[in-house]
Write a protein that binds this ligand. Structure first.
Ligand code: FES
Ligand code: FES
Length: 182
């Protein structure tokens, strides 16, 4: 069936099987930032923003997204021009394997759009549907609070780990937050 999306600001058409999820659609067309973890709506690794709301794309039928506006991490920033949320995650070393991070960042973007100055409790609540098997969440929460400061102009934005690159990797040793890993 034909599905049309406004995907990261561009109108795109896809010919997709009726049974496919939005995550299937995205990943088969190269948008591999959204990760497939549980595939049952329980981990948040596949979070993208649909019509302004964070959604687990693994349990959203692609057909139901027809006509929607979809934002994925590929539209957020690039390695040389990170979004402030991505910069905050890098600068606060909020990741280990990085598998949960694209979903965390998209959930954080939706949260900060709704509530630009959240408390720590509000960040924890806002991210409660997104699991991380590595970090213990503390640095992730700190990163979102830091990102809020950056986006509110309360804090100078640093280089996001790119200035000291010598081998194409950022300061923490990972090419994370851009969703480039598969
Ligand atoms: S892969 Fe979608 S919620 Fe886990
Ligand atoms: S950094 Fe590994 S799952 Fe979150």
């Amino acid at each position: 069936m034909n599905i049309e999306l406004e995907l990261n600001g561009e109108v795109k058409k896809f010919d997709q099987a009726k049974t496919d999820s939005l995550l299937d659609l995205l990943r088969t067309h190269g948008y591999t930032g959204a990760k497939r973890g549980c595939d049952t709506g329980a981990c948040g690794f596949c979070t993208v923003i649909v019509d302004g709301e964070p959604r687990n794309s693994c349990v959203l039928p692609a057909a139901k997204a027809d006509g929607a506006t979809v934002e994925t991490i590929e539209g957020l920033g690039s390695q040389s021009d990170l979004h402030p949320i991505q910069e905050a995650f890098v600068d606060n070393t909020a990741l280990q394997c990085g598998f949960c991070i694209p979903g965390m960042i998209m959930r954080s973007k939706a949260l900060l759009s709704e509530n630009p100055d959240p408390s720590e409790a509000e960040v924890r609540e806002g991210l409660s549907e997104n699991l991380c098997r590595c970090t213990g969440y503390k640095k992730i929460v700190e990163s979102v609070l830091d990102a809020a400061d950056r986006m509110n102009g309360d804090k100078a934005v640093t280089d996001g780990g790119t200035e000291s690159e010598s081998n194409g990797r950022s300061q923490n040793g990972f090419d994370c937050c851009g969703g480039d890993c598969r």
